[in-house]
Design a protein around this ligand. Structure first.
Ligand code: HEM
Length: 565
């Protein structure tokens, strides 16, 4: 330090202190880096530092730009498998039917959905200590029969009640009363909060270095209360059911129950029937899986009804004729079925589907290798907006999946060139909302029926619109800069075309006539309020909302020319 002061008089003491502090921080940072990545560093037989650092940077970028990274790599992959790094994982995305089949055919001891779900949801910390086995079937797969068969078969009994509940809830919301008529309000509040708490808690835990997980995980378990309320409320119910089961086995008369608690209990392994605690853990896992995806899918479908109001009338006509039959049989309503499917296709809940964690090393037929802990998965959004499978893939065509004879009776605007008519619950290699293959969602028949009840009641009984049409439809940590995000531009183009079709936009505006362009700060749904006009002479008219967000029109990409503004 003294030498520096003599020879470099411009270096003040505070500067040197700052440099010392910076150097110390770097050393500490480096030690932390070694600590966090020690295992990875020593395990790599041929360690390439540059490659490693580049992979780690890409991994953290994934948290902020995941959907864009997947889309870009998918577009470059030409149908081949591609890898993406996330902070806690290496993902191998497959999209060809051949590779998807290979995942499906892999033994459960090699590629595991259970292990992937466990890593994703951290149930030991978020689901009251539930620590399910990595290997599927270790404790039976009775839940598949409970949901896929028993729950589906009981839909005709369930749907009329569900319609009544849905109507009552809407009426209540409409009258702006507080929640009434709930037997255990604390349970209901916790049942909803539990979904978000699980998501947020699990995400935090899985990003931590392993040695910190027990401390932070235990803190979260203690801090998050809703899983305790659910567990505490349901255990006595499950205990009573187990008691009744034992009494029945002794030949006594017991009450009849047709609900998921009963079906989960009855389909548990005969040799070692589940304890009440184990039954409730299973219910909590199913509750999470069903509520989260279901509510998101319904919300997007209602948005789409508001954004594409031309569909309301034909759907209402179909419901007026067919709702009663649907309630009795849980089938029918092909136009509504297609509308929901199209909404889920363009706004799926997730960007990854068919997750399988490698419990043993696994190789695809093209030689792509998964090491233990890597995940195989499918790029669900990218596949479902692929022009090879879906003509005009970014346009919303609510009836693209409906049977041609049903669509033939409608206005020509509803006819689209989708070759094959398919149902919402169908699973194939181009529609991954329910996953794929033998492990595709067993709750999808129930889910599809519930969505139809809620949308059906909305369409039959209400006229509706979005309170704030410009409000974002989803949240991402970082909004992508429009100039970097080719994907968003494509979406804007599709949305803008739909917007024009709905309410023609003036082309008489003097400044628009030469080179009109449109702009959005990164959110598709704001396209109408972000329209700007940029003329070849450089004049710009910026919509007020764009101005409020600090945009002055200077960075408009001129390649996005739509011919109207
Ligand atoms: C719109 C709503 C829903 C969506 C989008 C959805 C989606 C999915 C997906 C993508 C999978 C993974 C499949 C795979 O990896 O191949 C899955 C699995 C599963 N879903 Fe759903 N799901 C929904 C509703 C439900 C409901 C309502 C239930 C229960 C009543 C349910 C129960 C399950 C279960 C138990 C599994 C695990 C299957 C297994 O391990 O074999 N889901 N779901």
């Amino acid at each position: 330090m003294a030498v520096a002061e003599v020879h470099l008089p411009w270096l003040t003491t505070s500067f040197i202190e700052a440099k010392t502090a910076t150097a110390a921080s770097l050393v500490v940072g480096f030690l932390f880096f070694l600590l966090f990545h020690f295992k990875a560093l020593v395990e790599k037989k041929t360690f390439r530092p540059l490659q490693y650092v580049s992979n780690r940077l890409e991994a953290w970028k994934y948290l902020f730009y995941g959907t864009v990274i997947i889309q870009e790599k998918f577009e470059k992959s030409n149908g081949e498998a591609f890898e993406v790094f996330a902070p806690d994982n290496r993902y191998v995305f497959v999209s060809s039917p051949k590779h998807i089949k290979e995942l499906d055919s892999a033994p459960d001891t090699v590629l595991s959905l259970q292990a992937a779900s466990k890593q994703m949801l951290q149930p030991a910390h978020t689901m009251h200590g539930f620590n399910w086995f990595d290997r599927r079937g270790t404790e039976g797969v009775g839940f598949v029969r409970a949901l896929r068969t028993l729950l589906t078969n009981n839909l005709p009994q369930i749907l009329p009640d569900l319609s009544v509940i849905s109507r009552a809830r809407f009426a209540e919301l409409h009258a702006q009363h507080p929640i009434v008529d709930v037997k255990n309000e604390q349970f209901m509040v916790s049942a909803l909060a539990y979904i978000e708490e699980t998501l947020v808690g699990a995400e935090a835990v899985r990003l931590l270095p392993k040695f910190m997980v027990p401390f932070v995980g235990n803190f979260l378990t203690w801090k998050l209360k809703s899983h305790e309320v659910i567990f505490g409320t349901l255990v006595p119910v499950a205990e009573q059911r187990c008691l009744e089961r034992d009494l029945k086995n002794l030949g006594q008369q017991v009450p009849y129950h047709a609900d998921c608690i009963q079906w989960i209990m009855e389909t548990s392994p005969r040799q070692s029937p589940w304890t009440p605690k184990r039954i409730v853990h299973e219910l909590m896992a199913i509750w999470f899986g069903s509520v989260h995806a279901l509510s998101t899918t319904i919300t997007f479908a209602i948005h789409d009804l508001c954004l594409h109001p031309g569909y309301v009338e034909p759907l209402r006509r179909e419901l007026q004729c067919g709702y009663a039959d649907f309630e009795r049989t849980a089938t029918g309503l092909p136009l509504l079925d297609s509308f929901i499917k199209e909404s889920a296709r363009l706004t799926p809940v997730e960007a990854q589907s068919t997750r399988r964690s490698a419990l043993q090393p696994f190789s695809l037929s093209d030689g792509t290798r998964l090491e233990v802990g890597d995940w195989a998965c499918t790029p669900v959004r990218a596949i479902m907006t692929n022009p090879t499978f879906y003509p005009t893939p970014l346009d919303f065509h609510g009836f693209r999946f409906a049977p041609p004879d049903v669509v033939a009776a409608l206005d020509a605007a509803f006819k689209v060139p989708q070759e094959k008519s398919t149902r919402l619950v169908d699973v194939d290699s181009t529609f991954h909302v329910w996953g794929t293959g033998r492990m595709a969602c067993p709750g999808r028949y129930y889910a599809a029926a519930v969505i139809k009840v809620i949308l059906g009641q909305t369409i039959l009984n209400y006229d509706f619109e979005l309170v704030d049409r410009d409000a974002p439809r989803w949240f991402t940590w970082l909004q992508d800069s429009h100039s970097k995000n080719a994907l968003n531009w494509k979406h804007f183009a599709a949305e803008f075309a739909a917007l024009k079709a709905r309410s023609p936009v003036s082309t008489n505006h003097k400044e628009c006539q030469k080179q009109p362009v449109f702009f959005s700060l990164g959110r598709v749904e704001e396209v109408d309020t972000f329209i700007i006009a940029a003329t070849t002479s450089g004049n710009k008219a910026v919509a007020p909302r764009a101005k409020r967000n600090g945009f002055d029109g200077s960075t408009v990409d001129p390649s996005v020319f739509l011919g109207a503004c």
